[in-house]
Design a protein around this ligand. Sequence first.
Ligand code: EPU
Length: 344
Amino acid sequence: MSGISWEKNVDVQPYNTFNVPSTARWLVRVQNISNLYELVNSTQFHNKRSLILGGGSNILFANAQYDGIVLKNEIQGIKIQSEDDQHVTLRVGGGVEWVSLVDYCVQNDLGGIENLSLIPGTVGAAPVQNIGAYGAELSDVLVAVEVFDLDTGQARTMPKDECEPKYRGSIFKDTLKSVMICAVTIRVVKARFYSVNTGYGLIRDVLLELGISTPTIRSVSEAICLLRKRKIPDPKSIGNAGSFFKNVVCDDSIRRSIESVDANTPFYRNPDGTYVIPAAWLIEKCGWKGRQFDNVGVSSRHALVLVNLGRAEGREIVWLAELIMRDVQAQLGLLLTPEVNIIR
Ligand code: EPU
């Protein structure tokens, strides 16, 4: 008996947080690894494009139809794999919502991912761009990922190093695009052995504002939720995919050339001597923050966030993104790179 079903011409608007209309020629829901073996052995699978979809929070459907198979990762489960005095190792299904995993850890007094509170998307999508925020990233706690390679039809476990995590990227974003991340293993720390990470200035400000002098895992998570809610519009009320562009990594001469335009240019120095200039600042500097055009715009809360003002199609968001990229390049000589995965 077949375990998978091939749904045809499926509306994927509910499956992307930009909330743009598009249909998938086929959609297959993956609930376990047997579904994937069945999929790769079916004749229908071969010679067709496929797209692995998690929570749809880092994706933009540029066209009205995706002429291929959307594979929706719905693999569930949060299980304790092992435990010692200080740590708990969790094995989590790729289809679990990332926020549910953060909630689980906060409820159980486990530290390590509370700074990543409220990041939309699924656990299986998290290693692809090595999600990060407020001084923490997934690679801080990542142990391994279990993948299924759609090209070879084989499952395997990849330890963290093999995933090549880096700033908003990994091997899954660069080269190994044909794998579904079925499970992720993370190692978190029991509260009494854990020091919360409040190094990122804005967290300290919010904790102060909330009157919290001895922050716990839970209060840091609450502070981060507050920070994010203030800065990033809720995709449930206004379609968006968080940061649309990556921050710009450059050398010192480029940084100085931007500084000569504005002496207040913010930047961070990486340990390898390169510099990071916030793309949000570049976009704001070029006058784009809060601008609106018919159905699309740049958030007035955060210049990195492009928004669907209600009835936008994917191609209109692509149009705005390209306009901003051309303008920032013309005004400041820097080329922005999208962080969002644009599906054409
Ligand atoms: N800034 C502006 N204008 C703005 C917003 C920010 O000029 O409208 C400048 C300020 O100088 C600010 C700096 O940009 O100090 C950095 O801003 P922020 O702290 O908001 O961080 P970010 O670098 O813009 C990154 C992630 C976010 C994550 C935040 C918090 C990327 C591409 N984005 O943004 O991730 O929440 O840090 O740590 O690295 C996401 O990936 O979807 C996302 C929201």
